[in-house]
Every structure is written in C-alpha cells, then in structure tokens.
Design a binder for this molecule. Structure first.
Ligand code: ZN
Length: 397
C-alpha cells in the first residue's frame, strides 16, 4: 500500500486538509485526513509536504476534446509516437483524454480509428517507458464529425462532411471497435435524430455542436438522447434574444452539460462568465480543443487532414492569417487557471470543471475524482494551479 500525504486535496466535491490518499494496485482505497486515520506500519509513505510548499492533490484532468499536442496529431501519430504526446499531456496534469477526430475521408478516418482503438486497448498495461515518465491515457474516442453543419463547419473540410446515417455511424463504430465514447453532431441534419438515438443507446455521450440548429431542433436532439454541447458559442448559430437557437437550449437546459474553450481567444472572458453562470458548478466542462501545436513554437502544424498556422497563441487555417480559428494551443492546467481569473472561481471549482464534470458527462466513473474505487490518477498542484507532479494509476509515485 502507498500513502500519499499533502497539505490539502480536492475530491473535488470536498476539500480535505492534511490529507492522505491510500493507494493499492493503482486504485484509491481510501481518502482521509491525518486526524482521522492512522498510516499502517507496512505502508510506503510518499510525503509531498516535504517537497512542495502548500501542495494540493486533485484528480488528474480529463480532456474530452483534444486533437493533439507536442507536434503530434492524434489522427496521424504512429503508435511509436503516441507516448511522446501522452507524456506532454501528463506534464500539464492530464491523466486521461479522448483523442478527437476531424472530418476526413472516411477510409482515412477508419484507419485512424483502428490505430486509436489499439492505443486505448494497450493503455491499461502501459509500462513506464522513456525513463519511467508518466503518460496520460487515451480513454475513448471523440468523433468530431463527419456529421457537421456546412454552415457551421469551422475548419472541418466541407468535402468530408456527410449526412448522418446509422450505416456510416456503424462503420465508424466498428473501425473503432466500440471505443467511440463521444460524438459531436449537428442535430438539424437529415437523419441526425435517428443517429443520435442509436449512439445514445450505445452509451456514447452525444454532444450537439458545429450546428446551425434552432432551439426547437436542439431540444428534439436532447429528447433523442443528446446530453452535452461542444465548444459552446464556437461553430454555433449565434444567440439572439428572440431566436435563441441552439445556444438558448444549451444554456437554459439544466439537464445537459456543455463545454467551453477557456483560452480567452475562442470566447471572451465575460462570455465564459455567462457560460459558467448558466451551466453552474455541476455542468460546466473545460476542454482544450488543442492541436498538435500545443506546447510548440509558432509555425505550421497538421490538424487531421488540414494544416494550421500558429502565431501568438492563435491557431488559424493555413495561409489565412486572419482566417477561421482552427483549434487551440491551450493546455488543461492553463484552462483551469484561466477559470479562476476570468470568473473568480476558486481553484477547487475550476478543478471540478476539468475532472468530475467531464467524467460525469462522458460516463467515466473511475476517473475525475479522488474516492475509493477510482483509479489513482492524481495531479499535484501549487496553490495557484501550477502542475508539480502527475501520477497515472499510481505510476510516478
Ligand atoms: Zn475540435
């Protein structure tokens, strides 16, 4: 048994002072405080209070919308390259993520899905390699496309968008060997409601987005089984006070969760505040929508089938300096710190939007919380949210 000691922890629903986390075989067996529980004599004690002033333990961040980082794109990285991306993510506090596709030729998408399924199936046995560096794990696949609106496609290439059919959805599902856990879909497309119902039946977190939908159609999508919304405000019909559209449903419906790119570029900080007030502590989710350019210098990078230019933190479609935003260079730890600055949220609540909220939305009960039975996926934070250490299933301790 390993016992991890720190000044504080966020479960994240509760804060525990002088905290202890008991870990057995990579799984948390108990969470407690020194006052409440003795440390067994045979336990290995890892005392973080000696190494880091004010160390805070939190669940590892889970990014449910991520296209790449450290120069690697999840649709193109080879199995040998993926560990490099996974290490990069872990240095930013991410312990689990959904590699996210971009609309591409169906054959190419299916090839990418097969490789990602391999990576997901191999991940539980991941041995600490490359000097034992900790690696984030791909937990499931997010299909962003191909069922997206032409009008609100963002940078997804128009030639690769297709109308939703259960047949095409099945082809993608089979290529991914059932590892699709999330799907972004525009509900106004012909056939979309049927595909939403089928995906929801397979426990996929169906997320409405890249959509020009009216409020009524968005509501019908929720009725059909959609329960989340993708990068709220971006690639959506804008909110109008008399024609609220999809955003009206996303913000007003207290039963669905929604995510936002809190980099200060995709959505103004004030609008992030409005989003947080609408979705509240329980249903606001942070994503990065990061591309291969995250963690890299300015330059040109791949995003699925397209190229993107990065300058001064803005990621735009290649060759169009004032062009459409094409994903981000955001990291999850930065997104968490931004929430504390944009909206005055406490670090504890900001952590929740990067941990428990996304894992509840995506149906990952063993992730996103420090509680008995959960995987020992833990990030050590400084009081202002800087990542000091990351542990994945107890590895790295
Ligand atoms: Zn994306």
């Amino acid at each position: 048994m390993i016992v991890l000691c720190a000044h504080r922890l966020y479960t994240p629903l509760q804060e525990v002072q002088n905290s202890l986390v008991f870990i057995e075989d990579g799984i948390i067996s108990a969470v407690s405080s020194r006052a409440q529980q003795e440390i067994p004599k045979n336990a290995t004690v890892v005392d973080l209070t000696r190494d880091f002033a004010g160390a805070i333990l939190a669940p590892g961040f889970v990014d449910i919308h991520m296209h790449g980082g450290a120069g690697l794109d999840v649709m193109r990285a080879s199995p040998a390259e993926l560990p490099h991306l996974n290490q990069f993510l872990a240095t930013h506090g991410v312990t689990g993520y959904f590699p996210t596709t971009v609309a591409a030729p169906l054959d190419q998408t299916c090839q990418a899905l097969e490789l990602l399924a391999d990576a997901i199936e191999a991940a539980p046995d991941l041995k600490p390699s490359n000097g034992g560096k900790v690696q984030a794990r791909p937990l499931g696949i997010h299909l962003e496309g191909p069922f997206l609106s032409h009008k609100r496609r963002g940078v997804h290439p128009p030639e690769y968008l297709v109308e939703p059919t259960v047949q095409i959805f099945n082809r993608l599902w089979q290529a991914a060997r059932g590892h699709v856990r999330m799907m972004t879909i525009a509900p106004e497309l012909p056939g979309a409601l049927e595909v939403i119902a089928e995906a929801a039946r397979r426990n996929i977190c169906v997320s409405i987005g890249h959509s020009d939908s009216t409020l009524e159609i968005a509501r019908a999508a929720v009725q059909a089984g959609a329960r989340h919304a993708t990068h709220t405000f971006n690639a959506m019909r804008p909110l109008d006070h008399r024609e609220p559209g999809i955003i009206g449903e996303v913000l007003a419906n207290g039963d669905i969760s929604a995510d936002v790119i809190a980099d200060g570029i995709h959505v103004a900080p004030e609008v992030v505040q409005i989003f947080l007030k609408a979705k509240g502590l329980e249903r606001a989710v942070l994503i990065t929508d990061a591309t291969a350019a995250a963690g890299m210098p300015d330059g040109t990078y791949q995003l699925g089938p397209i190229q993107v230019d990065v300058k001064n933190g803005r990621c735009t479609i290649h060759g169009e300096p004032d062009g459409k935003l094409a994903g981000s260079v955001l990291t999850m730890d930065k997104a968490v710190r931004n929430l504390t600055q944009f909206a005055g949220w406490s670090l504890q609540n900001a952590v929740r939007a990067a941990t428990l909220n996304p894992t509840r939305a995506a149906g990952l009960p063993q992730h996103g919380q420090l509680s008995p039975g959960a995987e020992a996926n833990i990030v050590v934070l400084s009081p202002n949210g800087e990542v000091r250490r990351t542990f994945v299933r107890g590895r790295g301790l």
